[in-house]
Write a protein that binds this ligand. Structure first.
Ligand code: PMP
Length: 432
């Protein structure tokens, strides 16, 4: 292989967008990832928001061996014992009461496709309400309910999608209104439009409990409760996309638990596999029975594979044994304190928000205008990488420049100290 990482990737690989780091990577343990020159980086993105129990946790490696000894794959009609056990574990320990039927697939895009299909089949409708700035995946149906910037150039999206302006505490779309007032007023208007424009075939409202890719936006509780009511009033189902928020990241078992709102369907992915492709959808017995009778189908090549289920059970056990859900709150507070210290030092830090160990730090040109500091965001993120900290900046032209800070829930205080020192140095040098 050529010695220069960029040459090698550019010559043989399809470039798939996003920020590609200028190195090739070889290994990952806990909070640390290593490139092929041996340089180590603190991973404050948990890979792609997946490695909540740390990279290559021994329990995951053991689970991989166990699956290797037993079975990796079956015909889709053969339910592996370990999949039944995972279904029971989700229903009895992790899901809100009533969501006790699950299906296991591989990615978040897929789980949201499943969720939308379930809602369409159950209600007989097809129209969907989604929140602006959402990300639900890359495939046809779910990209139609995600932010538009990433589906340009691929033809006509699924029709029947309506958008509710996303709640944004830092930039409420109604000047002078409180965060909650603005969120509820925008929702009311969007529902009015929906009721006028819809053909009366509503299927679902889909929402991330924390709008993560859209800038780590935490909706007010009243807004989430209003979504529940809006769905009920229209005979639509409420779907929570908990790709990032399920299993501890925000300091609760689910986003549903945080908001005290039980949706009809929860879609899970990233955090369920701890770094392996694993996803699930949980729903109620009534919905499952109804769609079973209508011949609901989702027999993909890897539905119910034992490999992912073995790993997911290990992830869930580690979360319990190491008390990581509680730890997300403790370490989240510790991280937030560090960010607040930086905010006192740098005018460029306009806002700090989030829940548990999912924090958004928004960079602005100045605190009055709140104009996004996109260039500063790019420069500091690059500098962090050079100094050994892998960070993710959400930088959509039409939205703010927001660092999404989300280390594994196993992160130590000293790793947070180190990362904060690197952030401090990167900001200082960039602003000089
Ligand atoms: N939903 C949310 C909230 C996500 O963050 C993502 C991934 N960024 C997805 C769905 C899509 O998951 P995947 O990339 O595994 O298809």
């Amino acid at each position: 292989m050529k010695s220069d990482a960029i040459d090698a990737t550019h010559e043989f690989l399809v470039r798939y967008g996003g920020d590609t780091f200028p190195r090739l990577f070889t290994s990952a343990r806990g909070t640390v990832v290593t490139d092929r020159t041996g340089r180590q980086y603190l991973d404050f993105t948990s890979g792609q928001m997946c490695a909540t129990i740390g990279h290559n946790h021994p329990a995951i490696v053991d689970a991989l061996h166990r699956a290797g000894d037993k079975a990796l794959h079956f015909f889709s009609g053969m339910i592996p014992e370990v999949v039944a056990e995972l279904g029971e574990t989700l229903a009895t320990k992790w899901m809100p009461e009533g969501l006790n039927k699950s299906i296991f697939i591989n990615t978040g895009s897929e789980s949201n496709e499943v969720a939308l299909r379930m809602a369409k089949m159950y209600t007989g409708g097809f129209e969907i309400l989604t929140l602006g700035g959402s990300w639900h995946g890359i495939t046809g149906g779910v990209s139609a309910v995600s932010m538009a910037s990433d589906r340009k150039g691929y033809g006509i999206p699924t029709p029947g999608v309506f958008v509710i302006p996303e709640p944004n505490s830092f930039r409420p779309y109604i000047p002078g209104a409180t965060e909650e007032e603005a969120a509820l007023a925008n929702l009311e208007l969007a529902l009015k439009m929906f009721d006028m424009q819809t053909t009366g075939h509503g299927a679902a409202i889909i929402a991330e409990p924390v709008i993560s890719a859209g800038g780590v936006l935490v909706p007010p509780k009243a807004f989430m409760q209003a979504l529940r009511k809006a769905a009920d009033d229209r005979g639509m189902l409420l779907i929570f996309d908990e790709a990032q928020t399920a299993f501890g990241r925000i300091g609760t078992r689910t986003g549903a638990e945080h908001f005290g709102v039980t949706p009809d369907i929860i879609s899970m992915s990233k955090t369920l596999g701890g770094g392996l492709p694993m996803a699930a959808v949980s729903t109620t017995t009534a919905i499952e029975e109804d769609i079973f009778n209508k011949k609901f189908a989702f027999y993909t090549s890897h539905v119910s594979d034992p490999l992912g289920a073995e790993v997911s059970l290990a992830v869930l056990r580690v979360l319990e044994q190491e008390h990581l859900v509680e730890r997300a709150n403790v370490m989240g507070r510790y991280l937030r304190e560090h960010m607040e210290t930086l905010q006192q030092k740098y005018e460029a830090i306009g806002d700090i928000r989030g829940l548990g160990l999912l924090l958004g730090v928004e960079l602005v040109e100045d605190r009055n205008s709140r104009e996004p500091a996109h260039e500063l965001g790019a420069l500091t993120t690059r500098k962090c990488f050079e100094k050994g900290l892998s960070m993710n900046i959400r930088r959509r032209p039409e939205r703010g420049a927001v660092w999404r800070i989300a280390p594994p829930l196993t992160v130590s205080e000293s790793e947070i100290d180190q990362a904060s020192e690197i952030l401090d140095a990167a900001l200082r040098e960039s602003l000089d």
